[in-house]
Design a protein around this ligand. Sequence first.
Ligand code: PGA
Length: 260
Amino acid sequence: MEIIIQPTASAASIIAARLIARLVYHKPNCVLGLATGSTPLATYQELIRMHREDGLDFSHVTTFNLDEYVGLSPEHPQSYHHFMQEHFLRHVNVAPERIHIPDGMTSDVPGLCERYEAEIRAAGGIDLQLLGIGSDGHIGFNEPSSSLASRTRIKTLTERTRNDNARFFSSPAEVPLHCITMGVGTIMETRQVLLLAFGPNKAQAIAEAVEGPITAMNPASILQMHPVAKALLDEPAATSLRRLEYYRWVFDNKPDWQRV
Ligand code: PGA
């Protein structure tokens, strides 16, 4: 995994946006895997700025979101459908028919999950997957103990994740128990991964994911086996890394052609 540590979350988000923009520019019909939560917000803001000011064109891009809460309609203010519209999609020009987010209201969860996987395959696979990380090491909503070979399916959220996400709801009890999430195996098939982590609450999960053993108890740790994975961190999220100085040194000594 390539570890990129930046002084601030906003500096790291600008790098993430540049990497995504570079892909969209070179492959206008690319397939992007998108994430929700607080972490990718500044990346989306920068992409929206690039769309408005530099003409970054998403009209041929296809998107697949990682996850959705079971039981929340697309109009629900805490649904990930709503999140994506508010924070990214309604501000850019992705064609509505190329936007894919699991339907949390489906009456046939297994059927929907199978179709989601088939749609990803039919689109040619995901070129770049944007990821946050849970304070428990989850990616998507693949909670600790998730199979590292899992596919899109229903999951039950841990109490920790429900508490972490309670800030978006009027009470913790309102956070749904279940979600539909791409599996760890689904994420591992994407061609490139950008893992973003900001703030001290993510330091332990990041240290385990980057330097710990590969274990289902920290699903992000499987990214050690991904051929093209970058972790973009701010200083507080990087504090528990043992080889911190080495990662900085590697980044500072990149050849010019590799710079973002
Ligand atoms: P956050 O969530 O960006 O809101 O911290 C990350 C995640 O749970 O993957």
